[in-house]
Design a protein around this ligand. Structure first.
Ligand code: SF4
Length: 321
């Protein structure tokens, strides 16, 4: 079957979609489906196999709402065979993404052979483990066991590149603070994560120098272009969530540590700054730029890419330990 024929079969007319019992994730897929063009063929038997598995699964777990099954099935088939994306929202399953040469790869912690996962665009995360082991081994040799552990968790949280810089090699630039004060990012003085709340550059330097290593990490996101505000916003949200996840994993395994992250905080709708203390001081990640770092300089020292070409945005963070 042609992919365009499959798309025509799966599209739900807007009038019907308006009243359908469908969650936001699947609704968006079905709306996008109506606007997309597809070329090439799709394997009929595979589509039929996936459809049957999904129908049986929904009859088992959601028998009380048979009228909703069609929308879930259509959205899942569109994702698996047309959009080539995982069939779940990322925050529900926790799959990780990696962008290589402009292509996004998906790696899932729950991928199970012989199930509907066989049709999903996400591969088992175990496919990345060899690479994690290799990278951690090299880091262990150069910077010790703690650095190897940090590297492994950085990659397991979905960050794509990482590099270690000994703290004595870091440069703290007063002029970066002047850029913060210029407030082009509109974050200056708006949260506990940014200047002036993080202290002077000298205070930031003294804080950083109580640690031995800065382990810089980054994650690349595909966006339409630099006017794609929504894409930038959701990428930043995803990056922050991944950094909080990394924080949680490392806290149980490392002694003293601290995480810095790109830009401001953004965790609460309304920050308590400056009237009340931060609501989540244990999870507060200060802005990496606010410490007086040029992130491009750090990327150069850590041996990782600062930019990744048109149609991408790359965010950075760092673990200090
Ligand atoms: S966690 Fe909330 S209160 Fe604390 S800095 Fe972030 S936005 Fe402000």
């Amino acid at each position: 079957m042609k992919k365009s024929e499959l798309a025509a079969k799966l599209i739900v007319p807007p009038g019907e979609l308006e009243n359908a019992l469908v969650n936001d994730f699947n609704r968006k897929v079905l709306e996008d489906l109506a606007e997309a063009d597809f070329t090439g063929d799709v394997d009929n038997a595979a589509v039929e196999g996936a459809e049957n598995l999904l129908r049986n699964f929904l009859n088992e777990v959601w028998a009380e709402k048979p009228q909703a099954h069609k929308y879930v099935i259509n959205a899942c088939l569109a994702l698996a065979f047309l959009f080539k994306k995982p069939m779940h929202p990322q925050d529900k399953v926790g799959y990780i993404t990696r962008v290589e040469n402009g292509e996004t790869g998906y790696y899932c912690f729950y991928n199970e052979k012989g199930t509907i996962c066989d049709y999903c665009a996400a591969d088992p995360v175990s496919e990345l483990e060899t690479m994690w082991e290799e990278q951690s081994g090299k880091i262990r040799e150069a910077f010790g066991a703690e650095s190897a552990l940090v590297r492994k968790e950085i990659l397991a949280c979905g960050f794509q590149e990482a590099g270690v810089i000994p703290v004595e090699d870091l440069t703290f630039h007063e002029e970066v603070r002047k850029i913060c004060e210029g407030n082009q990012c509109r974050s200056y003085g708006t949260s506990w994560a940014c200047p002036p709340a993080v202290g002077t550059v000298e205070e930031c330097r003294d804080r950083v120098q109580t640690f031995r290593y800065l382990h810089l990490f980054s994650r690349i996101y595909i966006i339409e272009d630099f006017l794609d505000i929504e894409g930038m916003r959701s990428s930043m949200k995803d990056f922050k969530n991944a950094a909080w996840n990394l924080d949680k994993k490392l806290k149980g395994q490392l002694g003293r540590m601290m995480i810095l992250s790109n830009e401001s905080c953004g965790r609460c709708k309304d920050c308590t700054f400056p009237d009340e203390p931060c609501r989540f001081p244990d999870d507060l990640h200060h802005s990496i730029e606010g410490y007086g770092f040029y992130v491009n300089e750090l990327a150069g020292q850590a041996g990782i890419r600062y930019t990744n070409g048109p149609g991408t945005v790359t965010f950075f963070g760092a673990v200090l330990y």
